[in-house]
Design a protein around this ligand. Sequence first.
Ligand SMILES: Nc1ncnc2c1ncn2[C@@H]1O[C@H](COP(=O)(O)OP(=O)(O)O)[C@@H](O)[C@H]1O
Ligand SMILES: [Mg+2]
Length: 264
Amino acid sequence: MNKKNLTDTAILTVAGLSKSFGGVKAVNDLSFSVKKNHIHAIIGPNGAGKSTLFNLITGIIPPDKGEVLFSTTDITSLSSDQIAKHGVSRTFQNIRLFPDMTVSETVLIGTYLLTGAKLAPALLRTKAFREKEQAAKQRVEEILKFVGLWDVRDEYAAQLSYGNQRRVEIARALATQPQLLLLDEPTAGMNPKETKELMELFTAVNNEGITILIIAHDMNLVNTLSDHITVINFGEKLVEGTADVIQKHPAVIEAYMGKVKVDA
Ligand SMILES: Nc1ncnc2c1ncn2[C@@H]1O[C@H](COP(=O)(O)OP(=O)(O)O)[C@@H](O)[C@H]1O
Ligand SMILES: [Mg+2]
């Protein structure tokens, strides 16, 4: 039985995307598309340009050339807030949490983008503001229960285990109600148990109809979760396809799998 409704509709299209830093072509004329409801993995060696690609897609940095379409909307020159409002959310390779905020507060902040909370109504505590606040708190509760953080909601986010800190980031990303979630090496540094539990969470998120674009090095994770894989090397697309195709590809074995084996 099909666990989900895979479609051929592209939710994200990257076309001829390029970005250089000084003389380094971090992303070089890269084109690919992500299909709606897929879990799509981006793999490639360190320095291949994977995080730069995410920064370009989410408007953290502008590309030198090329386009990013979200469904049919050109989001190339939008700010990261505008891109998030369209329905694209992300986590970062290095966990970024405010030290003085609880789990609930951290995720509540994520909902502000949606509610468009402004300072004056917040200070005056207008009826409209209180209604929005109540809806946001309700949403936070649902998300925290969904990701398994409800029991630690009042703890400081930055003091949780590494696996739970990553969950907080995912919860914060879900608070903006994304259609597309980008995860940059979400299981790096996790122990096998944390990795397995996060993989279950990614599947659950995907089963909610959220498309996932994930950067990962763990080939067990990539092969288990991915509907489609794009391999990049030196900022360029090396090959793409299903796990079966990728695993057998000589250039991948040479450029990536071989390296992983040496590292392991
Ligand atoms: N802000 C930046 N300034 C200068 N060079 C950068 C910057 N971000 C990334 N790079 C360089 O771009 C290349 C790709 O980096 P990155 O996208 O982080 O790769 P990956 O995530 O695949 O490991 C590397 O050579 C890196 O040093
Ligand atoms: Mg990276």
